[in-house]
Ligand binder design. Structure first.
Ligand code: BGC
Length: 275
C-alpha cells in the first residue's frame, strides 16, 4: 500500500517507534524514536567510529549499537555520502572504500537480515527538522543545510524529500561551498563569526537564486550558537536554527526505516533512485 505525499504529514499513531542510527566521523549514535513526536525513547547509545572507518568495521559498530538498544526490527541508518538504491556513491569526508558499497546488504547482513534503509545524513536531518523541528510549521520549499566538517543539504517540499542534493559541493565564486563555509573552515582558519557569516551568506545567495526556497534551516553543531551568526546573514530567505540539534540524524533515520516498513511514497523515492 503506498501513501501519497500529503498523507505523509499525518501524525504517527502514538506509541509507534523505530530505530535510527547516525554514522558520523567521530561517533556512531543510535536510539529508538517515538514517531508521534520525534522524541527519543530511552537512552541514546554512542560508540566511537572505528578508525579506519572501513565498511566492515563500521557495520560491526552499528550492530553493537543496535544490540545495546535491544532492538530487533527494521533499522534506518545515515551516512555522510550520496546513497542511491542502497549503494554509497561518494565519500567526501569518509573512507574511500565506501564508494560502490552496497550499504543495505552490508548492514542487513551485520544485523541478522532485518530490513535496513540507508540515506544521506543531511537528508535524514532534513526529514526530522521538517516534521518535528524548525520546519514543522513551514509551507512550501524548505532547505536544511548542516554546517560541520562539510556542508550537507536537504530539500523538502511539503514534507517530501528530494534525496541526495549535494549543495556543499556547489562551486561558489570558484570554490566549493563547503571549502568556504563549513564550520570546520571557520575553526581551521580561525575566522570571526562576522567573516564566516559573509561566506555563509555568499553560499546561501547562490542556493536561493537557484531554488527560491521559503525557508532555510541551519543545522550542525554551530547552529547551537546561532545567535552569534544568523543575525549577521543578509539573505532574503528567512533562516532559522535547527531545533533537534544532535538528534536530527537519528530521528530522520528512524523515520526512513518506518517509511520503508510501511512502503510509503517517500520510501519508494529513497529506494529507487538510480537502481
Ligand atoms: C557530503 C554529503 C554530506 C555532508 C555532511 C558532504 O561532504 O558530500 O554527502 O551530507 O558532507 O556530512
Amino acid at each position: 500500500m503506498t501513501e501519497s505525499p500529503a498523507e505523509s504529514t499525518t501524525p504517527a499513531a502514538p506509541g509507534r517507534t523505530a530505530c535510527g542510527i547516525d554514522i558520523g566521523g567521530s561517533g556512531v549514535k543510535g536510539a529508538i524514536v517515538d514517531l508521534a513526536d520525534g522524541s527519543l525513547v530511552g537512552e541514546r547509545v554512542r560508540i566511537d567510529t572505528p578508525q579506519p572507518a572501513t565498511p566492515d568495521a563500521v557495520a560491526a559498530t552499528v550492530a553493537e549499537v543496535v544490540k545495546q538498544l535491544g532492538w530487533d526490527g527494521a533499522v534506518g541508518i545515515t551516512m555522510p555520502a550520496v546513497v542511491t538504491g542502497g549503494i554509497a556513491r561518494t565519500a567526501a569526508n569518509i573512507d574511500d572504500s565506501w564508494i560502490g558499497t552496497d550499504t543495505v546488504a552490508l548492514f542487513s547482513a551485520a544485523l541478522g537480515g532485518v530490513q535496513v534503509t540507508v540515506l544521506n545524513d543531511a537528508d535524514a536531518a532534513g526529514l526530522a527538522e521538517d516534521k518535528y523541528g524548525a520546519g514543522k510549521d513551514a509551507a512550501g520549499v524548505v532547505i536544511l543545510l548542516t554546517f560541520g566538517t562539510g556542508i550537507g543539504s536537504a530539500v523538502l517540499t511539503d514534507g517530501v524529500l528530494v534525496p541526495n542534493t549535494e549543495f556543499g559541493h556547489l562551486v561558489v565564486d570558484g570554490k566549493e561551498a563547503e571549502h568556504r563555509a563549513a564550520s570546520s573552515v571557520k575553526e581551521r582558519e580561525d575566522m570571526s563569526y562576522k567573516h564566516w557569516a559573509k561566506e555563509v551568506t555568499r553560499v546561501l545567495t547562490h542556493i536561493e537564486d537557484l531554488l527560491w526556497p521559503d525557508l532555510f534551516v541551519a543545522g550542525g553543531g554551530i547552529s547551537k550558537k546561532s545567535d552569534k551568526w544568523i543575525p549577521l546573514l543578509t539573505n532574503r530567505t528567512p533562516i532559522v536554527p535547527a531545533a533537534l540539534l544532535n538528534t536530527a540524524g537519528i530521528v530522520g533515520a528512524a523515520m526512513a526505516a518506518d517509511s520503508a516498513a510501511r512502503g510509503s511514497a517517500q520510501a519508494q523515492i529513497l529506494a529507487s533512485a538510480n537502481s
